[in-house]
Design a protein around this ligand. Structure first.
Ligand code: SIN
Ligand code: FE2
Length: 216
């Protein structure tokens, strides 16, 4: 099929101090990234985690890398093992690492070396409530977030939960990087609208790369 946007090259949109959207940055690698997501999920399946408060999250999650983000009855933690399988999380695919390296450098954070990648899967209606990414000990390191499949509305606020929220549509291949002054800014995803995407069907995937070690 003729893809009118096939050779659309990436462009950058500033989001906040320290935060930028790299539009379409990962589109050329998207099929490979999706194949690797499927590979990870064959070892560590997607599951809907339960928060310490007893709420089952609508987003299904898995991880790859040396550690993975998970929940238990006491809180949120990075664990070297998948609590579902009792095995280490699958290794981070080379294609993931290469993309994270390129995106962090393009966003002005060269040298970012993530050891964890949370993989989120949204089906229509799934959402991620406003939160801060604050379980990582070294806040000098940014977050790199890759969107694949159906579009979603990303909310990006400030340091306080009730700060003004920007709403931006994230589409297939978009990458958001936030660090520095905006590293602890509140963010979330509004309920996914129904739809079909050529690459993912009725779903959106998101990769977030994180560094969970204390310092570099
Ligand atoms: C996250 O905040 O961990 C994910 C955001 C997204 O799905 O775009
Ligand atoms: Fe987050």
């Amino acid at each position: 099929m003729l893809d009118l946007f096939a050779d659309e090259s990436p462009w950058q949109e500033p989001l906040a101090d320290g935060a930028v959207i790299l539009r379409r940055f990962s589109r050329a690698q998207a099929d490979e990234l999706l194949a690797q997501i499927a590979h990870v999920a064959r070892h560590s399946p997607f599951r809907q985690m339960v928060t310490p408060g007893g709420y089952t999250m609508s987003v299904a999650m898995t991880n790859c890398g040396e550690r993975g983000w998970t929940t238990n009855q006491y809180g949120y933690l990075y664990s070297p093992d998948d609590p579902l399988t009792g095995q280490p999380w699958p290794a981070m695919p080379q294609a993931f690492r290469a993309l994270s390296d390129a995106a962090s450098a393009a966003a002005g954070y060269p040298g970012f070396s993530p050891d964890a990648c949370l993989i989120n899967r949204y089906v229509p209606g799934a959402k991620l409530s406003l939160h801060q990414d604050k379980d990582e000990p070294n806040l000098q390191q940014p977050i790199v977030s890759v969107s694949l499949g159906l579009p979603a509305v990303f909310q990006f606020g400030g340091l306080k939960r009730n700060d003004h929220l920007q709403k931006v549509m994230l589409e297939h291949g978009d990458v958001v990087v936030w660090g520095g002054a905006s590293r602890l800014f509140y963010h979330g995803i509004l309920p996914l609208k129904p739809g079909q995407h050529a690459a993912t069907g009725e779903a959106r995937y998101n990769l977030t790369f994180r560094s969970t070690s204390k310092s570099e």
